[in-house]
Write a protein that binds this ligand. Structure first.
Ligand SMILES: N[C@@H](CCC(=O)N[C@@H](CS)C(=O)NCC(=O)O)C(=O)O
Length: 232
């Protein structure tokens, strides 16, 4: 059985304080003004209850509790975002047109591919790996530049799930910019403007805690990141 849009569901988001995939779901929920409970877990020490409900052992997991279905655990952030969009009121975060919606979904996937390169960049311990990930990101952001219009958001005036996916991508660079002149946004002015706009959005600002920068820095230290060696 599936829950209908009318069914009031209690939502619990199993999260991690640094996870960019979690952030996209948090941003979607906040944009729609949907109440939810957030439970941050330690991914280095995953609780048994979490392993039981998360087939891949990854966050986010959205636990949806309804009278008809009991508790259902949804995994995969884009699936969670789509469920939120289909079942919750508030602002629409996908275009009404099927072709545009499909394009948005494709760019959401592209955002995940960028996160893969970013993981490589932040965990690189040697200059060669770091440079290859930097090049990969330069190439991908050049494609994003070509896809952007006049802004302020991905699709113009209306904030969408593509914005929710890219805001956590850009957040990494708030710290990376402090560490080194990586040059990743040098030739992409539309991407730079988009990044600046997303950073102002309340849903984006509040999707992480005040301890985010210090936790990200500690992550880099733990991974002996090459990025830290570039810091002046
Ligand atoms: N494709 C997944 C990726 C989620 C993901 O990679 N989550 C990371 C944290 S940001 C995780 O839980 N990693 C734990 C692990 O792999 O053990 C999604 O979109 O939800």
């Amino acid at each position: 059985m599936t829950s209908s849009p009318e069914t009031p569901a209690r939502l619990k988001l199993i999260s991690h304080k640094l996870c960019p995939y979690v952030q996209r779901a948090v941003i979607a929920l906040k944009e729609k003004g949907v109440p939810f409970e957030r439970v941050d877990i330690d991914l280095a020490n995953k609780p048994d209850w979490f392993m039981k409900i998360s087939p891949l052992g990854k966050v986010p997991v959205l636990v949806v509790a309804t009278e008809e279905n009991g508790e259902v655990a949804l995994f995969e952030s884009n699936v969670i975002c789509e469920y939120i969009e289909e079942t919750q009121g508030g602002a629409k975060l996908h275009p009404a047109d099927a072709l545009k919606r499909a394009e948005h979904r494709a760019w959401m996937e592209f955002g995940s591919a960028i996160l893969g390169d970013l993981w490589g960049l932040e965990t690189a311990t040697d200059p060669a790996t770091f440079e290859s990930k930097r090049q990969a990101l330069l190439g991908k952001f050049a494609r994003v530049e070509d896809a952007l219009g006049t802004g302020p958001y991905f699709a113009g005036e209306t904030f969408s799930l593509v914005d929710a996916v890219f805001a956590p991508v850009f957040r990494y660079f708030d710290l990376f910019d402090e560490l080194t002149d990586h040059g990743i946004f040098r030739d992409v002015p539309k991407v730079r403007a988009w990044r600046a706009e997303l950073a102002k959005r309340p849903s984006v600002r509040t999707a992480v805690g005040a301890d985010y920068p210090e936790l990200l820095r500690a992550f880099l230290v733990r991974h002996r990141a090459h990025l830290l060696k570039l810091a002046a």
